[in-house]
Design a protein around this ligand. Structure first.
Ligand SMILES: C[S@@+](CC[C@H](N)C(=O)[O-])C[C@H]1O[C@@H](n2cnc3c(N)ncnc32)[C@H](O)[C@@H]1O
Length: 176
């Protein structure tokens, strides 16, 4: 018979592992605020023509807001607790899908129109590499909407409140 205290310790260890160790592979969990996201989506005109990908989707707030704008939304999330919560919160929403996957190894859906990232500056290079690789693979420009501090090594094409919009143009194979 497992004691209740052993179960509690197990749960605490799991939470520390899932929420704490993520700092070694990406940004820790901090949710975006709904009002800022909605203002940015209004500004950008997100609609049913979009497939938004959230790289590090947390509790899925961005996916649910994008779905309310009529867009399809796919999230990549490494923390199984957050994957479960976001799947629960978007249960029965056919526009929303959450994949438990390391975003740095992800191949974005071919229909992706815009990528959302709650970015930490430390991950700038990895994010730029991911987006450039995918724009090259798809052979068309990809938009990246970043919340947080601007990239140091790339100029945004637009800025709105704390959001910065980047466009990755596909490069010729010899330059890619
Ligand atoms: C700052 S939170 C942003 C959550 C959500 N996008 C939002 O704006 O509310 C970053 C999320 O990325 C997830 N994450 C960090 N590194 C990751 C990785 N390598 N692959 C997938 N998800 C990752 C974390 O677990 C966390 O939930």
């Amino acid at each position: 018979m497992i004691s209740p205290s052993a179960v509690i310790i197990f749960i605490i260890v799991c939470l520390v592992v899932f929420f704490g160790l993520v700092v070694f592979v990406g940004a820790p969990y901090v949710p975006s605020q709904k009002k800022y996201v909605k203002r940015a989506f209004d500004y950008l005109g997100i609609d049913s023509a979009d497939l938004l990908v959230d790289v590090g989707s947390g509790d899925g707030i961005i996916l649910r807001i994008a779905s309310n704008y009529g867009a399809k939304a796919i999230g990549y999330e490494i923390n199984p607790v957050l994957v479960a919560i976001s799947r629960l919160l978007s249960f029965r929403d056919p526009h929303v899908k959450v994949l438990m996957q390391n975003l740095w190894l992800a191949k974005l859906p071919d229909e992706t129109t815009i990528v959302y990232a709650f970015a930490v500056q430390r991950d700038e290079k990895k994010l730029r590499t991911l987006l450039q690789r995918e724009a090259n693979r798809l052979g068309r420009p990809l938009k990246l909407l970043c919340f947080g501090s601007p990239f140091k090594h790339m100029q945004s094409v637009d800025t709105f409140e704390a959001y910065h919009l980047y466009i990755f143009q596909p490069l010729q194979p010899k330059n890619a």
